[in-house]
Design a protein around this ligand. Structure first.
Ligand SMILES: Cc1cc2nc3c(=O)[nH]c(=O)nc-3n(C[C@H](O)[C@H](O)[C@H](O)COP(=O)(O)O)c2cc1C
Length: 326
């Protein structure tokens, strides 16, 4: 079945521990890694950076790259791991990233992105997708040679899509706001530029052959259903992290009518099992538990839960105690 919902790549959040937590609640949604730079793959501890568990399938590796050569090498290395899809980040507005000619900055260089995609395709047969913004404001960041640094029109985005599509991309995940490369930090860039969903719908309408996924500010099942009238799939980030129980409402997108029947008690039982395994391997349970603070989002017990699991020495005993008290 085609995947209708994905969990957005989020640095410091969608690591292996958080992805395992998602899988305790929902086995179907499409997962993403955090953004991993090609340089990190070329220089890092591979199992630590790229390793994942069987249950995490289907899972997409998101990379950021500045040039075709390093993209080729990084994807070639990642071939040792069984990712289902590779995604190129052309949406991150961070200075650290655009200063290095990566992320949203690359929207101004669609031919270079096409070359990066071609290199990635030389290294793998897996599908390559792109996550990008509807546009960028590159004032004070793009080189002076640029006639204009504001690339925020629908036509600018379509120029980017048409050029990269020719390199073999069929799926675009579009964060429906522009990125302002100077003056806003990444957090502000996820809330201040207004959402422009209509332009994402228009891409799908005018390019029915492309898989178009919409992203940005989506929080409820009603909103998801509305978007799915116009696009192929929907990506949620912050809402899943803050309110993971929403994952139990996704059954209808995966062939089972209505909800996924799992209770918080059952989830905590799975968590105990996972944390005990971490303890056996001398891994710090905190690295997992810190991602679960939203389990009681907006229900009674939320404060007590957060307080207990945010303790840096919280462990399987803490979970057992909480379970007993429930
Ligand atoms: C903490 C955090 C880290 C993020 N890291 C990445 C990243 O590594 N790669 C990426 O493409 N987007 C990243 N994003 C952006 C999200 O993928 C997503 O596009 C954005 O949060 C909008 O979706 P939402 O409103 O559903 O959260 C990050 C967002 C947050 C909140």
């Amino acid at each position: 079945m085609e995947n209708k919902i994905s969990i957005a790549p989020m640095v410091d959040r969608t690591d292996r521990n958080f992805r395992n937590f998602v899988r305790m609640i929902n086995k179907d949604v499409l997962l993403y890694t955090e953004m991993i730079t090609a340089q990190a793959i070329l220089n890092g501890d591979l199992d630590y950076i790229l390793g994942f568990d069987e249950v995490e399938h289907p899972i997409v590796l998101q990379i950021a790259a500045t040039n075709p050569k390093e993209a080729y090498q990084a994807v070639k290395i990642a071939e040792r791991y069984a990712y289902d899809e590779i995604n190129l980040n052309v949406g991150c507005p961070s200075d650290r990233v655009s200063g290095n000619m990566m992320g949203a900055y690359l929207m101004a260089f669609p031919k270079e992105v096409a070359n990066i995609v071609k290199a990635m395709k030389d290294a793998t047969n897996k599908p390559i997708s792109i996550k990008h913004r509807i546009g960028i404001d590159g004032k004070n960041v793009l080189p002076d040679t640029f006639e204009q640094t504001l690339l925020d029109k629908y036509e600018d985005m379509m120029n980017f899509i048409h050029i990269t599509e020719k390199a073999g991309v069929n799926k675009y995940i579009i964060h429906a706001r522009i990125a302002i490369l100077a003056g806003l930090d990444p957090k502000q860039n996820r809330s201040i530029p207004p959402l422009r969903y209509d332009e994402v719908y228009r891409v799908k309408k005018e390019n029915p052959n492309l898989h178009i996924e919409i992203n940005g500010g989506i929080k409820t099942i009603e909103e998801i259903d509305e978007h799915l009238k116009y696009v192929d799939s929907v990506m949620l980030g912050r809402e899943i992290y803050d309110n993971p129980m929403i994952l139990t409402e996704f059954g209808k997108y995966y062939g089972s009518e209505g909800e996924i029947n799992i209770t918080r008690k059952e989830i905590i039982e799975k968590m105990i099992h996972y944390v005990e395994n971490m303890e056996k391997k001398n891994l710090r349970p905190h690295l997992f538990l810190m991602h679960t603070h939203g389990l009681f989002h907006n229900v009674r017990g939320s404060k007590a839960w957060k307080r207990a699991i945010n303790e840096t020495n919280a462990n399987s005993g803490t979970l057992r105690k909480l379970l007993k008290e429930m």
